[in-house]
Ligand binder design. Structure first.
Ligand code: PLP
Length: 409
């Protein structure tokens, strides 16, 4: 997108505002799909948690993607977007048996990640095939919060518990139709993916009724100019060959699945905010914007890097700034960043704002969550209105108990 497009959107829809470029989502989807073109059956299930706006889900459906979901609410959003239940996988962690049963009754593919629920579900519903999420005991991921496949992680059933899984399957008569793993996010090294994939292939050999193998996600995307990213093409080439060989050994054409979030939407997103104040202190120059970690928490939560550009003054002299929010805790987006000279009132854009940005936004400090705009065919489409004061009050129940107590006193 051009700076002028972003500025026009900020002018029309106000700030702060999230903007997503549909053409980037489409090209990323095609890139990943094409990397596995040598495999007969491939299914990419978009991880809804990354960005769950209905228009984004509809775009994914139009591209041929299914959905990966973690809550019954995400499943309902997917169904509302027109995605068929058979194209949705439910991969929750630590949710109740009741929620899993409710989702299964909708016809959605269930993925179970602990033995207790597997045994209970298999006993009650032996005729509903389920996928199992294994924990491959691989330490991978950009930081500890997003490394989820290691031995201390709460996710998945340990590969050392396969005998126990088999006992449950035999005793209940249930059918395992898929095996799955997800080792973490922001994984750069193709060899780490391939190493973990071998563990999944070893697991798959134990189950005779498989329809698919789901390799999860975690591909690293670039966050700045010249940044490194997972080499999807090389990974595709290597895993496709290994997968096709495995299918031959297994004696059946299986579907190869992934559930990417960040890879599909991260780079499509821009978060636009206005600089309210430029504050020179004894040690630094702060650019204080009309937002905070209530709208974009990744820098504070994960130390995530988001490139920041001054779209109002893209050719101005570069200076160093610490970009901070308006929240009542220290909410620093970036420290000592080289940015084209900022004047109060300028619109700045955070890049890579498609994944885990709006979807992690909150109303902290009683602020409204921002609007969302989809840039499609060179036109801006509002896909979520900015919240209003009424939205903050929506579920509050007003009571007059205190006025009655005052009257009595
Ligand atoms: C089970 C599962 N699948 C897929 C994803 C998406 O990962 P990414 O955004 O790195 O592609 C996640 C992310 O948390 C996840 O937990």
């Amino acid at each position: 997108m051009e700076n002028t497009d972003l500025l026009a959107i900020a002018k029309e829809h106000g700030s702060p505002v999230y903007v997503y470029d549909s053409s980037k989502i489409t090209s990323q989807y095609n890139r990943l799909f094409n990397a596995f073109k040598k495999v007969k059956q491939v299914k990419l299930n978009y991880a809804v948690k990354a960005l769950s706006n209905l228009s984004i889900l509809k775009l994914m459906k139009s591209l041929g993607a299914g959905l990966d979901t973690v809550s019954i609410q995400e499943v309902r959003l997917g169904l509302l977007a027109g995605v068929a239940p058979k194209d949705i996988v439910f991969t929750p962690n630590g949710v109740s048996l009741e929620e899993i049963e409710e989702v299964a009754a909708m016809g959605v593919q269930i993925n179970i990640d602990n033995l207790s629920i597997l045994e209970q579900f298999g006993t009650k519903h032996p005729n509903i095939p389920v996928c199992i999420r294994i924990n491959p005991h691989v330490m991978a991921g950009g930081n500890s919060k997003i490394s989820v496949g290691h031995i201390d992680s709460k996710f998945g059933i340990s590969i050392h518990q396969i005998p126990h899984i088999l006992r449950i399957v035999e005793n209940t008569g249930m059918k395992i139709n898929g095996v799955h793993m997800h080792t973490g996010s922001d994984i750069l090294d193709v060899d780490v993916f391939l190493y973990a994939s071998e563990i999944l292939f070893d697991t798959a050999k134990h189950f005779k009724d498989l329809d698919f193998i789901d390799f999860g996600s975690g591909f690293k995307v670039p966050y700045k100019e010249g940044d490194i990213e997972t080499n999807i093409e090389i990974f595709g080439e290597k895993l496709s060959k290994r997968f096709n060989d495995f299918c031959k050994e297994y004696g059946k054409q299986l579907t190869l699945g992934f559930e990417p979030g960040k890879f599909l939407v991260s780079e499509s997103g821009y978060f636009l905010a206005k600089v309210n104040v430029v504050k020179q202190t004894t040690s630094t120059v702060f650019a204080g914007i009309d937002s905070g970690f209530n709208h974009l928490i990744r820098p504070m939560f994960y130390n995530a890097h988001h490139e920041i550009i001054n779209v109002s003054n893209p050719t101005g002299k570069e200076r160093f700034y610490s970009v901070v929010g308006y929240i009542c805790e220290t909410d620093t987006f970036a420290t000592n960043r080289r940015i084209n000279e900022i004047t109060e009132g300028d619109i700045i854009a955070f890049k890579n704002a498609g994944a885990y940005c709006f979807s992690m936004a909150s109303n902290y400090n009683s602020r409204y969550r921002p609007a969302e705009v989809l840039w499609h065919n060179k036109k801006a489409h509002l896909i979520r209105k900015r919240e209003t004061f009424e939205d903050l009050l929506h579920n509050q129940v007003t009571t007059d108990i205190f006025s009655k107590e005052t009257e009595k006193a």
